[in-house]
Each structure stands twice: as C-alpha cells, then as structure tokens.
Ligand binder design. Structure first.
Ligand SMILES: *Cc1c(COP(=O)(O)O)cnc(C)c1O
Length: 405
C-alpha cells in the first residue's frame, strides 16, 4: 500500500475517533522509528507510554514468538504457566497481593471500581481528582475528572466525587459514610504531568487506614519503571491497596492487570468478574520478558540517571526561554508547560525528526524509553531547543533569573 492509499482506507473505513498525525510507520527499534519512506524518527513518546523498553525489544519479541509457536491461547478456566509465572513476579516486585488480568488500562480500572463496590458492601462512593484520566469505558470515564472526555456520554455512572488534586482538605470534605475508596494517578499523565505531593499521598494513606477506605493507585502510565522505580508508589513510601497496570506491561502487546492487597483479594470469587483474553499465554510471556529485561538490563538505574540528565537540560531551557512556564515530572516522565499552545511545537519537532506529545493543551510530554541514551537525549533536546528558541519572544530573560534567586 502507498501512503495515500493508507490514508484513504482510514478515511473510508475507520471511525475518526483519533486526531491523526499524517505519518505511516513501518519499523521500529529502540528509540527509533522508520516511516513508509524510510525516514528515521527519534521517538520520545513511544506508544503513548507503552514503549518503556523502546520498540521491538529482542527479549520481548523472542518470548512472544516462542509462546506463539507452542500455545497461543487457553481460557481462564484452565491453568497455564506464563500467567502463573507473571503473577508471581508482579507480586514479588510490588506488594503482597493477588492479580486479576485483563487487556487494557480502562479494564484494569473497571475491575478496581467493581472490586471497591463489592468490598464496600453498600458503601460505593469513590473519590477521584480533577484532571485525572482513568480510561474511556463508562465506569473509568465516570472516574475521570475531565469534562472534555465525558461530554455527550451522560448519564455517567453514579458514585464518583471529583475533588481538587493535592488538596487534602477537599478529600476530607468529600468523605461520607458511603465512601469506599480514593483513586488517583500519582502523576497525572493526560492531565498535564501533575505530580502528587508526598505529604498529600501520605495523608491519603492515613485517611484510608483510619476510615477503612481503599487506596487505588492507577499506575497504567507511571508503572514499569517510568519514574525510575518499578512502580511510582515506591517513590512515596506507601503501599496502595489496589494498583492498576497496563500500558508498558506488555511492551506493546495488550495486557492489563489489577493487583489487590492479599488479605482482601478474595473478596472477588469465582464467577464475579472475568475477561476472556485476560492474561493469555502470549501476552503473559511477553510481560514476563519485560520485567526480566527491566531488571537484567538495569533499566531502573538508567531511567533515574537519564531522567536526571533530561531534567537538567530541560531546566536549562526553562531558564533560557520565556515560552516555558514550568518543567516538572519524575524519572523519565517529563512535562514542559508552555505559556502557549503546545501542538504547533509538537508539529515542528516532528518535521525535524523528533516525536513528542502535547497534553492538556500546553504541556509538552516527553517519555522516552527507559533504555534511552545520553546521545539520544542530547539530540532530542537540541531539536526542541531550536524550536522553542523560535517560539520565544525573547531569548534570555534577566528578570526571571533574579526572580528565581
Ligand atoms: C492510558 C491510561 C488509561 C487507559 O488505558 P487504556 O489501555 O487506553 O484503556 C488509564 N489510566 C491512565 C493513568 C492512563 O494513562
């Protein structure tokens, strides 16, 4: 197929639910992607948070290939080895818990919502946060604290109270005798890379303990090493009651997972919840290879080191260019908030061969693979700087310097 034929087929035959960028990709390796004309791109937003190992990691490819040649699928009323091994590994590296496997982030959050309701025995209210994102299915959408995703889809599911992020008083005010859980992303990804304060998270944990509420941490985007720890909650010195995972877990193969604290996990018993494809052999084997690669290739240490380096360079840009309002994030999850619309910047980066994202209108989002190199970061930041330089009305800003000191 030629490029135009691809575009035409999409136009004729595929629902227009995505804002499309006119590129057709055919090949990927590590942090590089090639389009249909064999142009190379540096991918600093691989797979919307899926590509923590970069594209086509050899260990993941061979694990999936190996499993496909043996047994592609076995339903969840039987046993198979890859799921047994994956669950054991996930529980070992997180907290004493039990897993439920599904196929996506939204589904993992649906499972968490259903779990909370069953656990609540009549208590059903879940407190969520402004600018959160938990997925597009109706339950997850109702939990999402952004009107733009909900408009036109009402009535939404009852029982969610959305309060201000990082505001412990707002949380306390929202709690009633019907409350059963507090659900949050520790770093709001789609909401603009908003990092939860440590004090806030510690206070949430305390409230949950005191009031017998479940602390549900949505790590669909922050999980699997993104923030320099395998799971983001490990940066906060707390343990959640429920954690949801998806995106990077299968390195591109669709797998989602809910982990529930062991002593309450048996709240859901046979027949109460299910997913036909959930945790099938191929995706489980791939996810296992992901976890092993993260450990074996010391990707957490690399994510920490490269994250520090990336932030150093981005902070230097912040000092130099007025167009940048703030740089924030953790590990290799970086947000650059601008004083202007971000999408023209993203488009200009693309023309120069750098793929990044813009979220929440003004926040550039950079989430390179955990095995990104210093050289690749240098190249990406050089491209970004050349474009931000053009976008900035003034180059150097002495007033700002003084303000910072
Ligand atoms: C992407 C995302 C989801 C939804 O995941 P899907 O696999 O698209 O359903 C949920 N929560 C967070 C934090 C996400 O980033």
């Amino acid at each position: 197929m030629k490029k135009e034929e691809v575009f035409n087929s999409y136009k004729e035959n595929i629902m227009p639910t995505y804002t499309k960028i006119p590129l057709v990709f055919v090949k990927g390796k590590g942090s590089r992607l090639w389009d249909i004309h064999n142009n190379a791109y540096l991918d600093f937003f691989p797979g919307w948070g899926v590509g923590n190992l970069g594209h086509c990691h050899p260990k993941v490819m061979s694990a999936a290939r190996d499993q496909i040649s043996k047994l592609i699928f076995i339903p969840n009323n039987y046993y198979h080895i890859p799921q047994a091994k994956l669950a054991k590994e996930l529980v070992y590296w997180s907290f004493p818990s039990k897993a439920f496997f599904c196929n996506s982030g939204a589904e993992a959050n649906e499972a968490a919502i259903k779990f909370a309701r069953k656990f609540g025995k009549g208590r059903y209210e879940i407190i969520t946060f402004e600018n959160s994102f938990h997925g597009r299915t109706l339950g997850a959408l109702s939990a999402t604290g952004q009107k733009k995703y909900q408009d036109g889809f009402g009535p939404l599911l009852e029982g969610f109270k959305t309060v201000k992020f990082n505001d412990i008083r707002a949380v306390n005010d929202a709690i009633t005798d019907k409350s059963v859980a507090i659900m949050l992303e520790l770093i709001q990804g789609e909401g603009g890379i908003n990092v939860a304060d440590k004090d806030f998270v510690l206070a949430l944990r305390k409230i949950c303990d005191e009031k017998n509420l479940l602390l549900i941490v949505d790590e669909v985007q922050t999980g699997i090493g993104r923030t320099g720890k395998l799971f983001c909650y490990q940066n906060y010195g707390i343990t959640p009651d429920i954690m949801t995972l998806a995106k990077a877990l299968g390195a591109g193969l669709p797998i989602g997972c809910m982990l529930v604290k062991k002593d309450i996990a048996d709240t859901l018993t046979a027949g109460m919840h299910a997913s036909t494809f959930g945790g099938g052999p191929v995706v489980s084997k791939a996810a296992l290879a992901v976890l092993r690669a993260v450990k074996k290739e010391k990707l957490l240490a690399n994510a920490q080191k490269m994250g520090e380096y990336l932030f150093l360079l981005l902070k230097a840009l912040e000092d130099r260019y007025d167009v940048i309002k703030e740089v924030r994030g953790m590990g290799l999850m970086a947000g650059v908030e601008l004083n202007t619309e971000g999408s023209p910047i993203v488009e200009k980066c693309l023309v120069k061969g750098l793929l990044i994202n813009c979220t929440h209108e003004r926040v550039l989002r950079l989430m390179p693979a955990l095995n990104v190199t210093k050289k690749e970061i240098d190249k990406a930041v050089t491209i970004l700087e050349s474009i931000l330089g053009e976008a900035s009305q003034r180059g150097h800003s002495p007033e700002r310097r003084v303000k910072n000191e």
